[in-house]
Design a protein around this ligand. Structure first.
Ligand SMILES: Cc1cc2nc3c(=O)[nH]c(=O)nc-3n(C[C@H](O)[C@H](O)[C@H](O)COP(=O)(O)OP(=O)(O)OC[C@H]3O[C@@H](n4cnc5c(N)ncnc54)[C@H](O)[C@@H]3O)c2cc1C
Length: 476
């Protein structure tokens, strides 16, 4: 293993203040979790470019594969998380792959439960702890089931939090290390301002963190490269001889949803699958639209209605249908999520007017891997596999899991942040969000991002402990 070049971590020197001052840039999944945790021992200022309530989705220009109809990123309190309901899925040990440093792979799972509970509450934390009880064997493919109703991050209510000040409509341009601290340069409306902190953590997401780091003088070619996402789509249908076999796998208590994962041995790429019961073998012509307007939307409105139904058995039936737990006929759509290999030509950049320009492609090797994994899935269910006449590639869109544009690596030549998420070329600047994930397997990225935030908070708590502060201050 290569030596981690930027260790050891501080204790940091403070200028006699009792509590360290930390800037968090971005209030999304990672930024919110960090603000909540750090506020117990620091004074935290969160800079958010969007508004308190507003959902302002930026215009993203894609020069490669089109992203789909939905917004895949959101500006405003809560960041992109404000757009979702919450599927929290952990990576299998083998799914992390070779790019993740061993120390992070080992430590990350320790923060899962804390993050699930933080984001989704005690009840979901309980479900999470018991998730393995419901796993059952499907031959040599894996099954993981957790679809929890995550709340949107609660930073909006943070005026009631101690020690957190939230500055909305503030666009951070750059962070500059000066003396024993960091200056955050930002635009508040039309006014340019700057503010001094002990440390800054950039949490602006996989599409915006690279731009902030570049403007801050981090010129590594890895900043903004290796953009990955999960190609996702309704790519096939299973025709099952025995619907009960599928139903037995789909039915899970308490809102958990079955997600089946398969590793393609030839490429080591993972795919995950959800089965969505349907009536026949024909494929919707406009698959993306039919999913956006029909499938997902119908499920959420059905769940909302379900809450209002008084008759219990009717309510159960409705819930099972809405959650896709019952195969109504012999057919099930397969919603696939596919791992991507990093490709240095897939990038995010800003043009001269600041717009995000993405180059994101889907490799043929990945599509071939997905096809093999679909065949394995069908064999496990003893089902016939129906593929769309126009092939599966055209049915894949962005899973909105942009990642890896400033990845973790022990070495500055192969990554942008070290294993403690500190930017390699800086002492007091960290990055924590989807951009630092070295790879994502086929799992939704939220759990890894949030757990990294919890782990970073633990690390900073050690670096910034009272003892360290007092000792250094006295010396100064
Ligand atoms: C429709 C949809 C559904 C999804 N469902 C799931 C799911 O079920 N499970 C899952 O795990 N993942 C899901 N995801 C993906 C998940 O939402 C993202 O991976 C995650 O939110 C990324 O978190 P982040 O902290 O990296 O960035 P974000 O949440 O995007 O936060 C970045 C924040 O930084 C702010 N910012 C950006 N630039 C600046 C700047 N210059 N100055 C100040 N602030 C700035 C932004 O406004 C934003 O608030 C979904 C995504 C979408 C779009």
């Amino acid at each position: 293993m290569r030596k981690d070049e930027t260790k050891p971590s501080p204790p940091y020197v403070f200028s006699g203040r009792v509590r360290p001052q930390i800037a968090i840039i971005g209030s999304g999944l990672a930024g919110e979790a960090l603000a909540a945790r750090l506020s117990s021992f620091c004074e935290v200022t969160v800079f958010e470019r969007g508004s308190t309530r507003g959902l302002y989705s930026p215009h993203v220009v894609s020069s490669g594969r089109s992203l789909g109809l939905h917004s895949t990123v959101n500006y405003g309190l809560g960041g992109t998380t404000a757009l979702w309901r919450g599927c929290l899925l952990d990576m299998e040990a083998d799914e992390f792959g070779a790019l993740w440093p061993d120390i992070v792979k080992k430590e990350l799972p320790r923060s899962y439960l804390e993050f699930v509970t933080h984001l989704a509450g005690e009840r979901c934390g309980g479900l999470w702890s018991r998730r393995k009880e419901w796993d059952s064997s499907l031959g040599d493919i894996l099954e993981r089931s957790l679809l929890v109703p995550a709340r949107s991050p609660r930073l909006a209510k943070s005026s009631t939090w101690r020690s957190v000040s939230v500055r909305t409509n503030c666009v951070v341009d750059r962070v500059e290390e000066k003396g024993s601290g960091v200056v955050v340069v930002f635009r508040d409306g039309a006014n340019w301002q700057q503010q001094f902190f002990d440390l800054a953590i950039v949490c602006a997401g996989a599409l915006n963190t690279p731009g902030i780091l570049r403007r801050s003088g981090i010129f590594s070619p890895l900043v903004g490269s290796n953009l990955t996402d999960h190609p996702m789509g309704l790519v096939a249908k299973l025709e099952v001889g025995n619907p009960m076999r599928v139903n037995a796998q789909l039915a899970r208590p308490d809102g958990l949803r079955t997600i089946i994962k398969i590793k393609d041995e030839a490429t080591s790429l993972w795919a995950s699958f959800q089965l969505c019961p349907t009536h026949d073998t024909s494929f919707a012509e406009e698959h993306y639209l039919s999913n956006a307007n029909g499938g997902g939307g119908r499920m959420f409105s059905a769940l909302e209605l379900y809450e209002k139904v008084k008759n219990q058995s009717y309510r159960e039936m409705w819930k099972n249908r809405a959650l896709g737990r019952k195969c109504v006929g012999r057919f099930a759509y397969v919603l696939a999520t596919l791992e991507q290999e990093p490709n240095e030509d897939d990038t995010v950049r800003n043009d001269s007017s600041g717009r995000l320009i993405l180059s994101w492609t889907i490799a043929e090797a990945g599509v071939a891997a997905l096809t093999r994994s679909l065949q394995k899935l069908a064999a496990s269910f003893e089902a016939e596999l129906h593929l769309p006449p126009d092939g599966i590639s055209s049915r894949l869109w962005s899973g909105a899991h942009h990642a890896s544009t400033c990845r973790i690596s022990l070495n500055g030549d192969t990554g942008v942040v070290d294993s403690n998420l500190r930017v390699h070329q800086r002492q007091r600047v960290y990055a924590c969000d989807a951009s630092v994930l070295p790879s994502t397997g086929a799992s939704h990225t939220g759990l890894a991002i949030g757990s990294l935030a919890m782990r970073l908070a633990d690390h900073l708590q050690l670096c910034l402990s009272d003892k360290a502060t007092v000792r250094v201050t006295e010396k100064a």
